[in-house]
Design a protein around this ligand. Sequence first.
Ligand SMILES: Cc1cc2nc3c(=O)[nH]c(=O)nc-3n(C[C@H](O)[C@H](O)[C@H](O)COP(=O)(O)OP(=O)(O)OC[C@H]3O[C@@H](n4cnc5c(N)ncnc54)[C@H](O)[C@@H]3O)c2cc1C
Length: 553
Amino acid sequence: MSNNVDIPVLIAGAGPAGLVLALTLAQNGVNVRIIDKEPFYRPGQRGAGIQPRTLEIFNYLGILDDVRAKGIKSPYQRRVYKLPGGVEILKTTIMLEQDDPTPSTPIPNTLHLGQENSEAILRAHLAKYGYSVELGTELRDFEQQPDHVIAHLLKKDGDQEKTETVICRYIIGTDGGKGVTRKQLGLTFQGETRATHVLSGEVEVFGLETDYWHQWGDLSTMFCMMRPTENPNCFYVALGGQIDYQKLESDEEEFLKAVRKAIDRTDLQFGKLRWITSWRPNIRMVNKFREGRGFVAGDAAHVHSPTGGQGLNSSVQDSFNLAWKLAFVEKGWASSDLLDTYTEERLPVIRAMLYESTTLLNALEAKDVGADDKAWRRGSVLKMLGINYRWSSIVVDERSPDKPKEAVNVYGGEKGGDLRAGDRALDAPALSPVSGDQTPTSFFHIFRPVYHTVLLFTADTSAAAPILEALKRYPSGSLKIVVVYPRNTAGNANPVAGADLAVVDTEGHAYAAYGASPERTLAVVVRPDGVVGAVVYGLEGLKAYFGAVFSAI
Ligand SMILES: Cc1cc2nc3c(=O)[nH]c(=O)nc-3n(C[C@H](O)[C@H](O)[C@H](O)COP(=O)(O)OP(=O)(O)OC[C@H]3O[C@@H](n4cnc5c(N)ncnc54)[C@H](O)[C@@H]3O)c2cc1C
């Protein structure tokens, strides 16, 4: 591979998609540059609803504690107030489905944290690897060559402007819905733009309960929604319906006056308005995520209605899917064909996401009372835990060999069915190490974006020996091999040569979650993005999986 590049990966756009990509690549030891055309970091709540699937990714990236410390438990009920008056509660409805944690799904509910704060956390973690966002640095255009990309940047510092040419091996456009990368790559962006228009802002409100979403009116007249944020006394406010959007967007006093009019109540005190922004639902997606050495992720690849809170989440999940594949190719472990599976896996998921968010938008626009309840009820599917890649060409499943030929049911695996290759990897607590530090651990403490985890469920380490021997051929550090003994085997459970860890499944959660049995050795491979890559019974299945992903060694 040619080393005549300035940087292996250039990331254009430092929103959530760009930052997650940069952090995951940095953790994988791949050098990046991450640029953003803005001279400062954008304030605002925007993608504040962080879904459980994304929280799991944040766990793998090591940022979950910070996100939890700063974020708030999402209010899950909505209060609708009677107008005129705006104080009497017309109804209280469940808005977000609440689930109890289980051993396999310890993070079952959405958390709220404004995008400005989650981005700040991502930047702080990126800084630990020596990287920072280059602000005021715009990607203007680029040319692709067979083994590199030549990118042209414009750097602004006050009145000063400077151009720079960067030679990189890969360019990733995480430059949002209006970014240049998608256009430069010649990708299509088909869909529709709706007439619905909503202004949103964040304002100090005193006297309003912080356990609810609060709603007054609907889009046919005047609509106002308020949701508490992590910033003390601050509420996210959405305002729509028959209002003068242009005037209100540019005049804070008028915006607050309109909010007061929409809610028609005098008992609330308003303080500082932090920001106002406007949005119209734009529902579009690319035809593919890659062209040669160029890729798109996040809003650069798909834009949609914020109903259902899937945008930031999908953006993070795009980047997490792409990062490990890019790291494999960059390290010379995989051929660039692996990068085609990024489109293969993500495109159907994004198509389904557009369907889910547009269904909610349609209900919101329907303007009748029944539809209104549907519009604001976010079902469990929006937690994104069921998103799977069962149809992916690289996943291998010997237990359920009827792999779907095409993407079906991508947003939700069959409830109650066996876990399959392509599904989200499950947690299991109370795993007791057989040697060294005996503190019980869990799979979610073990899975990380820098290696594949091979879970060998076995009571018989002699059956595992040839597998462990064969896995030695893969690069050092690329696999974490964990032998999982069934419960009640503590007396016979010994460390295993060739494995990184051996644990006893003391409460049986691991065997239950993965459908393993003490009678037959089962190997489950968890990819660096927390997806089950393989469910196999032995060496042949493992060779089939690893042969495809380590295709260059
Ligand atoms: C009102 C509203 C509410 C929302 N609520 C939710 C929610 O609850 N949950 C959810 O998941 N999502 C929500 N979203 C969507 C979410 O904000 C976006 O999906 C998310 O920001 C996408 O992240 P991204 O990194 O792909 O793009 P962005 O956040 O748009 O970041 C793109 C970055 O690229 C930079 N850039 C652009 N062009 C260039 C260039 N040429 N060179 C260098 N840099 C460039 C931009 O300055 C920007 O910083 C909401 C959005 C809105 C508007």
